[in-house]
Design a protein around this ligand. Sequence first.
Ligand SMILES: NC(=O)c1ccc[n+]([C@@H]2O[C@H](COP(=O)([O-])OP(=O)(O)OC[C@H]3O[C@@H](n4cnc5c(N)ncnc54)[C@H](O)[C@@H]3O)[C@@H](O)[C@H]2O)c1
Length: 251
Amino acid sequence: MLKSDIVKNRVALITGASRGIGKAIAEALAKDGIDIAGVDINIDELRPAMKTIEDTVGRKTAAIQADVGDSASIERAVEESIRVFGNISILVNNAGITRDNLILRMKDKEWDDVLRINLTGTFNCTKVVIKSMVKNRYGRIISIASIVGAMGNIGQANYAASKAGIIGFTKSIAREYANRGITANGIAPGFIETDMTKGLPEDVRNTLINQIPMGRLGTPEDVANVVRFLASDEAAYITGQVIHVNGGMYM
Ligand SMILES: NC(=O)c1ccc[n+]([C@@H]2O[C@H](COP(=O)([O-])OP(=O)(O)OC[C@H]3O[C@@H](n4cnc5c(N)ncnc54)[C@H](O)[C@@H]3O)[C@@H](O)[C@H]2O)c1
């Protein structure tokens, strides 16, 4: 495939695309004329999410079940995406989980699961997808970190470590592949209204809102808009950066 075709026929592989921020990213990129390979462990939620994009936006999509924390599963998912679409020009590492606990109570499994899915998952997907990006000498890698990776949070040592890890990982990839036409950037959302934050008790939510200068939690679309920009041609000279989307909560 010629480089001009890859830039024209853009395809984004998005992990955790069945709901929340990942789903909003899939919808936003599709509206920009990009085909979507949605990857999620939850195929039952992913299929209807991808179908809605096909029906409403009219872009081609694929719903692929995979566990980002399992390298063999991700290899199969990437092979399947390349078989369906021909190439992947944009990777969005979005799948993530929380298993909150104070460090004295944190179980090994809570630590391991969060690191495996959030950080090793980002490594697994990037390692496989970047192979085809190097061949094409074009690629955009966008990884969803978190405000917590920059400022820490009580009860989230595992999550904060995984997200800080994504930031260091992103900067290293940016340096390694800048001369192959590949950019790597992170986005660090603040607190966003999704299933992940739905369970916050009312008093915790109010305390949080008091710490946000803009006085509200973010929306998945607030994050998706930055992905759109980083995936666009206008962002060609931006790499190794972390863009904070947090209503001013951390500056
Ligand atoms: N919601 C927030 O406030 C917030 C803030 C900062 C960062 N983030 C990050 O944004 C990303 C998306 O968060 P969200 O709020 O939309 O969460 P969410 O829980 O609503 O969605 C996460 C998605 O990831 C999928 N997933 C989970 N484990 C997986 C695995 N092993 N393999 C493949 N898919 C898997 C889930 O099925 C789900 O579709 C996460 O990385 C999260 O850490 C969220």
